[in-house]
Design a binder for this molecule. Structure first.
Ligand code: PEP
Ligand code: MN
Length: 338
């Protein structure tokens, strides 16, 4: 339920409503807009009839039920898009951001060369996996803590903020110390203990959509993070499993537009995992930006043929630089639309 306060509601009236919401057994999430305050009442086991009586409280304009199962992420509760600022880079603002880097951090030379190259091409952030969720236990599993140290070194040299995946609750502290944004991989989208732990983390979360998750399940996974206290969540569409076999995944561009319609959270697009094919990435990047994506996550490797993971979908530095130059009009058009 949303309590819409009147435009002229006083602080005292707002405080009173918050108190009553809590007394009725709900949590009160207060969103103070430029004109008016709204209070989201969420939680299970509250006394709804008592809550509904608040329509008679001073300063209250109306009570509106939230029609979706996800509440705190919904646009109904917060019509204004959320902006997340990380080391001066704004995600969800007027300009799309580009997060680029290798699938995995493989060596000092590899990550530093990539960081310099993607920065020169205009990327805003550096990605690189330290802990890798691999389908086979025999595949490269990531360099772990050493990779975190190398990412920090790359940030120190280039100034690019770092995005890297955290796979387990045990690693949250170490990864938070090094990284600026913590990625939840597609396979972990519904790892509820991890989501609950990350809700208490000090960093923004980039939440990938599960390979077989509906948009509703994806947004409910994000709801866990907000409900547990972390409002800084970025959604990432990375393709889903369908009957199509020519591509690694089916890149669901409609889900980008839908997520933007249903939520106030920023949405970025990952056409690298979304297609699995380097040649399709420029076209799918333009499509994602046209659909309203707030940014792109692109895999880039200085020598894709030697990559220890995801080589076929990784762009080389020259290809990435060329795409960035070609994307400029799409990016400017997206900025002008906002
Ligand atoms: C990745 O970003 O390299 C990755 C493993 O992504 P996903 O979880 O989307 O498969
Ligand atoms: Mn990858």
């Amino acid at each position: 339920m949303i309590v819409n306060m009147q435009a002229g509601a006083t602080d005292e009236q707002i405080e009173h409503v918050i108190e009553r919401v809590k007394e009725c057994g709900y949590q009160a999430h207060v969103i103070r807009g430029a004109e008016r305050t709204v209070i989201g009442c969420v939680g299970s086991g509250g006394r709804r009839t008592e809550l509904e009586a608040l329509v008679a409280a001073p300063g209250v304009e109306a009570l509106v039920p939230i029609s979706h199962p996800f509440k705190l992420v919904s646009r109904q509760l917060q019509p204004k898009p959320s902006e997340i600022v990380v080391r001066g880079v704004c995600i969800g603002g007027s300009r799309p951001v580009v997060i680029a880097g290798p699938c995995s951090v493989e060596s000092r030379e590899q990550i530093l060369e990539t960081a310099r190259g993607v920065r020169a091409a205009g990327a805003d952030m550096l990605r690189g996996g330290a802990y890798k969720p691999r389908t086979s236990p025999y595949d490269f599993q990531g360099l772990g803590e050493e990779a975190l140290r190398l990412l920090v070194e790359a940030r120190e040299e280039t100034g690019l903020p770092i995005v890297t995946e955290v796979m387990s609750t045990e690693d949250v502290d170490a990864v938070s110390e090094a990284a600026d944004i913590l990625q939840v991989g597609a396979r972990n989208m519904q790892n509820f203990p991890l989501l609950r732990r990350l809700a208490r983390a000090s960093r923004p979360i980039l939440l990938k959509r599960g390979p077989s998750a509906t948009v509703k399940e994806w947004l409910l996974a994000a709801e866990y993070l907000l409900d547990g206290g972390n409002p800084n969540v970025i959604l990432c569409e990375r393709g889903i499993k369908t009957f199509e076999t020519e591509l690694r995944n089916t890149f669901d561009i409609a889900a980008i537009a839908l997520a933007k319609e249903l939520t106030h959270l920023p949405v970025v697009a990952d056409p690298s995992h979304g297609t699995g094919r380097r040649s399709l990435i420029p076209a799918m990047s333009r499509a994602a930006l046209a659909a309203g994506a707030d940014g792109l996550l692109i895999e880039v490797h200085p020598c894709p043929e030697r990559a220890l993971s995801d080589g076929p979908q990784s762009m080389d530095l020259a290809g990435f630089a060329q795409m960035m130059a070609q994307l400029r009009p799409a990016s400017e058009a997206a900025a002008a639309r906002v």
